[in-house]
Design a protein around this ligand. Structure first.
Ligand code: HEM
Length: 503
């Protein structure tokens, strides 16, 4: 996720409800009656509740009517969010509102409209209001969206200073070694779930690079399960329901959080007492201070380390998996990426270095194009706390204001042949240089991603190593469709065929 892929949560909520209903159980009845009751409450609130005060003469954005109260457009959106938004763009223009699960959403599509969100102040379009109840139980108190944004900005600065070039130089060989070891079990040839493999590998590489060897060396099956339980906290249920409810997944999340925190705090204390001042993220955080001179507490360091890992986990593993399928689909492109390595690194392909990695321009463009067509974060979201004016409309407070990188990055108005995977489109500078927010896989403005450079290093090193080991093919020409039911849009049935590359 980026720090937060969570925003996707509500988007397929009804898809989930529908799935359960299809099961025809007692739970289905319960869900139907809950939905009915909520619809009544919702209609009542609409009828008698207070209305947001808008300036005189202000015009609301076009509203997409739905005859279904409360759930609104959740079904259509849950089934195919991109199609829903693209159709709405055609019909209503770049700014429109609709209801889903009792919440009002206003989308800002295209670069000009998106500028409102990216240039806004956090007091006006607020991130904590939409993300906090999901992130705090997972990361813990005192970090990210649990603190006022100026404090989080200070924390992001500390993280940024730990993600520096000296660190990246170390990371390349760590990631290359982890990747070679991981793929030893794949043997000469076969068919495997690429997304699953890359998810497992990326926990190992990210933990090693971002947490340090002490924590990486404790990463066994049990700890991997703790990460999975923590990650289970980013669910549709967690988005909709209060976090104190005694649901099994919430309990697992809370227990995992406590156990992870204990594990991290032990490693932090050990490092504090050690003579060894390894230059890594943990050391950076131990030595960082806020503007007022205070150091981070052990709990804050643990929370930031957990957050860093989870922020990069799904985002990088889905991007890497989609990249694999794009390369398997175009064997000539795959071969050219391999040949680029021989040209840049040398015919005998010595161990990778940071400087060589920077010169792998074709691979770089392939990642860039993958992030355009399959950005892991489909929607970036804020809560309107004050009336917001855009394109002649005023968005009332209480609306969830959204920008979709996926839609912006394939708008016909901004991109030529938008659905083609064409890494060479970046050869002529930035194809959308006039439109600042046409390409935003890492967001923009005050909430912009701090992990972009690390993500590129990680994905490039992993794929450079994989291309040295294997050739990849689609199985019977199957290119995965997009699974919209997960919060990050993962590839459906992501099985790939591989065979060891002959030198
Ligand atoms: C392909 C990989 C990644 C993608 C596509 C991605 C995408 C994003 C996006 C879109 C945002 C903006 C969210 C918003 O405005 O609401 C974001 C924020 C962030 N990301 Fe990433 N991310 C990636 C990897 C990482 C990694 C590896 C890390 C950590 C090492 C990281 C840490 C963060 C942090 C700390 C924020 C700041 C959130 C804020 O200020 O509200 N991300 N990311």
């Amino acid at each position: 996720m980026a720090w937060l892929a969570l925003q996707q949560a509500g988007e397929s909520v009804l898809g989930q409800v529908m799935e359960q209903v299809k099961g025809g159980s007692l739970l289905s009845l319960l869900l139907i009656s809950c939905t009915f009751t909520l619809s009544l409450v919702y209609l009542l609130r609409l009828a008698v509740g207070p209305r947001a005060q808008l300036p005189a003469g202000a015009k609301n954005p076009p509203y997409i009517f739905s005859p279904i109260p409360f759930l609104g457009h959740a079904v259509a959106f849950g089934k195919s969010p991109i199609e829903f938004l693209e159709n709405a763009y055609e019909k209503y223009g770049p700014v429109f509102s609709f209801t889903m699960v009792g919440k009002k959403f206003t989308y800002l599509l295209g670069s000009d409209a998106a500028a409102l969100l990216f240039n806004s102040k956090n007091e006006d379009l607020n991130a904590e209001d939409v993300y906090q109840h999901l992130t705090t139980p997972v990361f813990g108190k005192g970090v990210a969206y649990d603190v006022p944004n100026p404090v989080f900005l200070e924390q992001k600065k500390m993280l940024k200073s730990g993600l520096n070039i000296a660190q990246f130089r170390e990371h390349v060989s760590i990631i290359e070694k982890e990747t070679k070891e991981y793929f030893e079990s794949w043997g000469e040839s076969g068919e495997k779930n690429l997304f699953e493999a890359l998810s497992e590998l990326i926990i190992l590489t990210a933990s090693h690079c971002l947490h340090g060897i002490e924590i990486r060396s404790q990463l066994n099956r049990k700890v991997a399960q703790l990460y999975a339980d923590l990650d289970g906290g980013f669910s549709h249920a967690a988005w909709l329901l209060p976090s104190w409810l005694p649901l099994p997944s919430f309990r697992r999340r809370d227990r995992a959080h406590q156990e992870m925190k204990n594990l991290f705090c032990k490693a932090i204390q050990k490092r504090r007492q050690s003579e060894n001042k390894t230059d890594d993220m943990l050391q950076t955080l131990l030595e960082s201070t806020y503007k007022n001179g205070c150091f981070l507490t052990d709990d804050e360091i643990a929370g930031l380390l957990i957050g860093l890992l989870l922020a990069g986990q799904h985002t990088s593993s889905t991007t890497s998996a989609w990249l694999g399928f794009f390369l398997a689909q175009d064997k000539a492109l795959q071969e050219n990426c391999y040949l680029e390595q021989r040209a840049v690194c040398g015919e005998d392909l010595p161990p990778l270095t940071y400087d060589q990695l920077k010169d792998l321009n074709l691979l770089d463009r392939c990642i860039r194009e993958t992030l355009r067509l399959r950005p892991p974060i489909m929607t970036i979201m804020r809560m309107a706390r004050t009336p917001q004016t855009v394109a002649g409309y005023t968005i009332p407070p209480g609306h969830q204001v959204c920008v979709s990188p996926t839609v912006n990055q394939r708008l016909k108005d901004s991109w030529s042949k938008p659905l083609d995977f064409n890494p060479d489109r970046y050869l002529t500078d930035n194809p959308t240089s006039a439109e600042k927010f046409a390409y935003v896989p890492f967001g923009a403005g005050r909430h912009r991603c701090v992990g972009e450079n690390f993500a590129y290093i990680q994905i490039k090193t992993i794929w450079s190593t994989m291309l040295r080991l294997y050739e990849f093919d689609l199985i019977d020409g199957y290119f995965p469709s997009v699974n919209y039911t997960t919060m990050i849009h993962t590839p459906e049935r992501p099985i790939i065929r591989y065979k060891r590359r002959s030198k």
